[in-house]
Design a protein around this ligand. Sequence first.
Ligand code: ADP
Ligand code: MG
Length: 303
Amino acid sequence: METILTIENLNKRYGRIQALKNVSFSIQKGRVYGILGPNGSGKSTTLGIVLNVVNKSSGNYRWFDGNVETHEALKKVGAIIERPNFYPYMTAEQNLKLVCKIKNINYAKVNEKLELVGLSERKDSKFSTFSLGMKQRLAIASALLNDPEILILDEPTNGLDPQGIHQIRDIIKKIASQGTTILLASHLLDEVEKVCSEVVVLRKGEVLYCGSVDGMSSNEGFFEISSNDNEVLKSVLSNLDAVGQIKEEEGKVLVYLKSELSASELNQFLFSKNVVLNHLVKRKNSLEAQFLELTKNTNPKSN
Ligand code: ADP
Ligand code: MG
């Protein structure tokens, strides 16, 4: 398997805000990845760091085999992380030709990519006459002009009407079916479920889950435990590979799993570290249900 991007223990602080905490995951060629998390969970920060527009606080990331400098590697990456911006008085075709000229790309790519995003018939229309959905599609065409290895999109359907959302998702699937690796950030569970095969779930800058989208819905659940000294309990837990996020709520420690771990395995491990539990419940709700739970109070428009 060919690795496109490896992220290891990435941390980011903005002053007192810790936006990312030990974020690790990797991206394999040819798959569609979603970074899923509520607003403020660190999705854009993660993308900004690997695209070299945000400085990391600590940790590492490597593009491809790690032997190319980030600056060189990014030439093989197509990214849309801001609202699309083109010259309003120029047509779709003229705007893309300008991008070709700047990046030294054959003009033949312009029509190929306009076709791909369904804008061939509107290629002679000025950018200023485009709907937001069309602008977004033009941005995708532009990011694909040099046939990148990976396409990165940050909340690609934000602000679009249902038809626009549908078109963008279809285009993303089409691009993926042609073999381009995709990484998209979204706060929408159903978007990730519809478009992606792999998902990294972020919550307050921490990875809650990382794996297949199917695995997310069949996820076994999480533990609710406590001992006489929850601080010791938490520090012992952090040594377990299967353990993702650890939270404390009303005296109970909530242990989210990254991979399978049975109640007896957990109990046995803690006992071997001299931690005796006075409460152990394995809760059955899936990560999907938890995600809905943790996002239901966020306003999707505020991003
Ligand atoms: P998301 O894309 O998932 O909505 P962000 O990566 O934009 O999340 O933000 C993660 C956290 O970092 C949030 O708490 C946000 O307020 C904070 N943050 C993001 N950018 C900045 C910045 N430039 N300065 C200060 N705080 C920031
Ligand atoms: Mg964001």
